[in-house]
Design a protein around this ligand. Structure first.
Ligand SMILES: C[S@@+](CC[C@H](N)C(=O)[O-])C[C@H]1O[C@@H](n2cnc3c(N)ncnc32)[C@H](O)[C@@H]1O
Length: 297
């Protein structure tokens, strides 16, 4: 049964409120299909019954499941290729150079979906920057979706997923086949710390990072929320750090404190006035155990 206009409006406002995702009015069929799948999996008579159960307020887990069902989790290994070329040729070598004195590096893949982005960075580091393995290196990956984070943490991918972005050599070197799936090897898996995190929640204690990947998520948010998130990210990015967005995303006209840098087909963002931001933004920001800590020799 199709959703009534009232139910669709309710769903849209629920999703907006809990995730910042703007479900356009043209997304009715998509929403119906995804809600219908939840209804079948959870033995509801139809989509309306799912929304009624949420409205009655008794099932918080159901609300989470419905919101997660409305997310788009499209991702792949080394997605868009150029950003990873820039990471390999420019960003990681430069970060290694400037961080050599404290040998400490923090990377955050925000909105990581099923983990391919974070594992791509781990593979890049393992294969091309082995020195970093003896550094105080932490690679965090977060997503709002519990289902995605569980999948990412398991590091298990279908044949179709590994065929998207991984060369046969990388697959053979870093993955183990079990049945029709491939699992990323333990030495790569343990390089990434996965956790659930909603970008609209306070992230005050999440520390500061040398590199933040915030790719292909802000496209689902409205301009006001994009501004809020850029403002927040600026408190989590080190003054000389790097921000990577999706190819269709930009800080332009949203947050003037960032400037874009074009390099080898990729665009990334850095603070426009790096000499000023140290005291104003990153340095001295309170850190918890996720942040920069003294390296034990
Ligand atoms: C299209 S995927 C992008 C994955 C990866 N960054 C990439 O570029 O390949 C978007 C991800 O954003 C997540 N997401 C959507 N809204 C979010 C929010 N408010 N907080 C955290 N993650 C969110 C979704 O769960 C989804 O996994």
């Amino acid at each position: 049964m199709p959703l009534t206009p009232q139910s669709f409006d309710y769903l849209r406002s629920l999703v907006l409120q809990r995730s910042a995702i703007v479900l356009g009015s043209d997304k009715l069929y998509l929403a119906e299909a995804r809600l219908g799948a939840v209804a079948r999996e959870r033995n509801f008579t139809d989509s309306e019954a799912v929304l009624s159960a949420i409205r009655s307020g008794g099932d918080r887990d159901l609300t989470r499941i419905v919101i997660e069902a409305m997310t788009t989790n499209e991702t792949s290994f080394f997605r868009d290729k150029h950003p990873f070329t820039a990471l390999r040729n420019v960003i990681l070598p430069e970060l290694m150079r400037v961080r050599t004195p404290d040998r400490c590096l923090r990377i955050w893949s925000a909105a990581c979906s099923s983990g391919q982005e974070a594992y791509s960075i781990a593979l890049l580091i393992r294969d091309h920057f082995p020195t970093l393995m003896s550094w105080d290196l932490r690679l965090f990956a977060t997503d709002m979706s519990e289902e995605m984070v569980d999948r990412a943490r398991a590091g298990r991918f279908t044949a179709m997923e590994v065929s998207r972005g991984l060369s046969p050599e990388l697959l053979a070197r870093h993955f183990t086949q079990s049945g029709t799936c491939w699992t990323v090897n333990e030495n790569v898996r343990r390089m990434v710390e996965f956790r659930t995190m909603n970008l609209i929640d306070s992230m005050a204690n999440f520390g500061t990072f040398d590199l933040i990947l915030l790719r292909n998520v802000l496209i689902y948010f409205d301009p006001a929320m994009k501004k809020t998130i850029f403002g927040r990210m600026s408190r989590h990015l080190r003054p000389d750090g790097y921000l990577m967005l999706g190819t269709a995303e930009t800080t332009l006209n949203l947050d003037e404190s960032y400037a874009s840098v074009h390099s080898g087909g990729a665009t990334y963002f850095r603070f426009a006035q790096r000499s000023l931001v140290g005291s104003a933004r990153g340095e001295g920001y309170p850190l918890n155990d996720l942040g920069r800590k003294q390296r034990s020799e």
